[in-house]
Ligand binder design. Sequence first.
Ligand SMILES: Nc1ncnc2c1ncn2[C@@H]1O[C@H](COP(=O)(O)OP(=O)(O)OP(=O)(O)O)[C@@H](O)[C@H]1O
Length: 260
Amino acid sequence: MLGEADPPDGDLLGGRGLHYSHGPTPALVGVSVGAAAKEILAVTGPRGSGKTTLLRCLSGQLTPDEGQVRYDDFDVYALPVARRERMRLEHFGWIDPKPELVPELSVWENAALPLLLAGATHREAKRRAGEWLDRLDAGDLGRARPRALTAAQAQRVCIARALVMEPAVLFADEPTAALHRAEGVRVLRTLVAAARSHSITTVLASHDAEAHELADRTVTLVDGRRTGPGVPTPAESAEGAAEDSTGGSSETEDSCSLSV
Ligand SMILES: Nc1ncnc2c1ncn2[C@@H]1O[C@H](COP(=O)(O)OP(=O)(O)OP(=O)(O)O)[C@@H](O)[C@H]1O
């Protein structure tokens, strides 16, 4: 029998009844959301609707005031802090809106940083970082310094860095927010293709309509609340795969279901 924090079958990651306030400002109000293994889940909503706060709660960075986060067999916030941090390093990748690289390091060293910190040899780290830079269409930039990169190139390197440990779950918080639109679309497509090809579950916060097009499912937040059941993407509709575990009923903000 499922316990309070257990996700239903198929969900690798789930938040249940999440509440979070930044001081007096409520950012999440009873949000429940889940992502199945290998799923690309888009989280959309207007500015200030709680997308970043949700991703930070789901990724173990921000302890919710109420509610639970479950990843695989872990009740994330019941873990001792050191164990939770290790789990984050080993299982989760994170991409910020604005690309931040270490200016003193070359591109490949930036991409390889998590591997080097985890104790990989220089040769192994360089090989694996090079493979990810290639997949992100940034393979020819390996020896460059960050100051020589465009914003889009820098974000590709940040994505390579987030994927180099081959995480189970990738969290991407408005990864194209700092890019020109056309570049942003190209970067987003490359990101989603890389995640799909390596079966990496992805939670993608974005204002961009392209994110909805590329995702398997979309959830929408408004003022910190889910606005309704998951919106099927064109791909999902085409497959007729509306496997709504709620049997078609609308998921309310206090629902205990983790399925979107
Ligand atoms: N550090 C903070 N201190 C105070 N209030 C905050 C803080 N971070 C977020 N908020 C507030 O919490 C609410 C949700 O913010 P959040 O950043 O999660 O939304 P968002 O949907 O990611 O917004 P955006 O699209 O602008 O990035 C907003 O009202 C925001 O102003």
